[in-house]
Design a protein around this ligand. Structure first.
Ligand SMILES: *Cc1c(COP(=O)(O)O)cnc(C)c1O
Length: 396
């Protein structure tokens, strides 16, 4: 191949690259030993050493693995952090945060409507180690400020929340955290870094269940913590080695494959989301639609300020458990199931599925009714999704 006339140093991929280019190229450079255009799956537990203390940067695969390194470089770049560490699931990543940054006598403030597995972990596991938790409505920064204590080390929020689509002001809460010498962690699973980059608003760490939009194909579990400070990175790397809940090379590869199409997928998720939210809102049997893209959503202004799209998570009110049951039995293109963020549209009933463990009282407290149906709009043809919902809603 002819050499470029003006050849100098190899082109550097910098932070000034666009999102899609970053997703496709950072950490995804061709394999230097073979030229393979995709990152190889390094299925190896150990690495041979030339002599005592002389190796190529890898010793044992719990500590580090080249496929994992590449994914971590990629995710750090997408979120605008300085490091990323991946774990076996979103919950394993959450556990690692507690292991890294909380000790006996510490306090954590958590949103009162975060992913159900998070309070389950905090209350039924971590509280046993002498850590205290307060659950507050983080959509109200004043409530967060009031909950701060001298021993508050972390604030954990999720925005928008599942399934009520309530937002929390990342910038405002980061300010409160930092005034009290605490760190803010944002679970950014619902928006993906394509639509929301919490670090740019002051968050110290970002958590994802990569199981959802980042992987995007509903074929693997995973979790990541993107961090901004060297001591966070050091501690998280130590915890991968010490506790060992790491992501396997194959699943790292699945996420590397998935993120290459993140930008185009999110655009289509957003486009379908808007169309379906509008369709549902006009439907006479649908009583209410929760979607931050509506100009009359109470936090629409905040949504526009901290998100660059509205995503594809929509919750709507069918009026009763029986109505929800009837329509969910009729869907054909939409799949009835838990989880979200895949290319296929998933539809679920929070009260009996994802939020059953909250109990009736707990659900009432956050405003989650038996008639609510949540939809994670996929990237199928818009018309097919609307036709499917239309025939299903005819059942009520
Ligand atoms: C799924 C999910 C989690 C948990 O992740 P797993 O990969 O299932 O362990 C945490 N937060 C949110 C918002 C999620 O949707």
């Amino acid at each position: 191949m002819a050499k470029k006339k003006t050849s100098s140093a190899p082109e550097r991929k910098t932070k000034t690259m666009g999102f899609a280019t970053t997703a496709i190229h950072v950490g995804q450079e061709p394999d230097p030993s073979t030229g393979a255009v995709t990152v190889p799956i390094f299925a190896t537990s150990t690495f041979v050493q030339e002599e005592l203390g002389k190796h190529k940067g890898y010793e044992y695969a719990r500590v580090s693995n080249p496929t994992r390194t590449r994914l971590e470089q990629n995710l750090a770049a997408l979120e605008g952090g300085s490091s990323a560490h991946v774990f076996a699931s979103g919950m394993a990543a959450t556990t690692a945060v507690t292991q890294c940054f909380l000790k006996q006598g510490d306090h954590l403030i958590c949103g009162h409507n975060v992913y159900g597995g998070v309070p389950r972990l905090f209350n039924q596991v971590i509280a046993g180690y002498g850590v205290e938790f307060s659950y507050v409505d983080t959509s109200d920064p004043e409530a967060v400020k009031k909950a701060m204590r001298w021993n508050t080390r972390l604030i954990w929020i999720e925005t928008p929340t599942n399934p009520l689509m309530v937002l929390s002001d990342i910038r405002e809460i980061a300010r409160i955290a930092h005034a009290g010498k605490a760190d803010l962690v944002v679970d950014n699973t619902f928006m993906s870094p394509y639509f929301q980059r919490p670090i740019e608003h002051g968050a110290d760490m970002v958590m994802h269940s990569t199981t959802k939009f980042l992987n995007g194909h509903s074929d693997g579990l995973g979790g990541v913590i993107v961090a901004t400070k060297p001591h966070h990175a050091e501690r998280l790397a130590f915890m991968q080695k010490a506790a060992g809940a790491i992501l396997s090379p194959f699943e790292c590869w699945l996420v590397l494959r998935g993120v290459k199409s993140l930008a185009v997928r999110m655009e289509k998720h957003d486009q379908n989301g808007r169309a379906i939210a509008d369709y549902l809102r006009k439907h006479k049997r649908v009583k209410k639609v929760l979607y931050p893209g509506f100009p009359d959503h109470p936090q629409h202004a905040l949504a526009k300020r901290q998100m660059s799209g509205f995503g594809s998570m929509i919750t709507f009110e069918t009026g009763s458990l029986n109505n929800a049951k009837k329509m969910l039995a009729r869907v054909r293109v939409c799949s009835l199931g838990e989880s979200l963020g895949g290319v296929e549209t998933l539809i679920s009933h929070p009260a009996t599925m994802t939020h059953a463990a909250l109990g009736e009282e707990g659900r009432k407290q956050i405003g989650l009714t038996d008639g609510m149906v949540r939809i994670s709009v996929g990237i199928e043809d818009t018309d097919d999704l609307i036709a499917d919902l239309d025939q299903a809603l005819a059942a009520i």
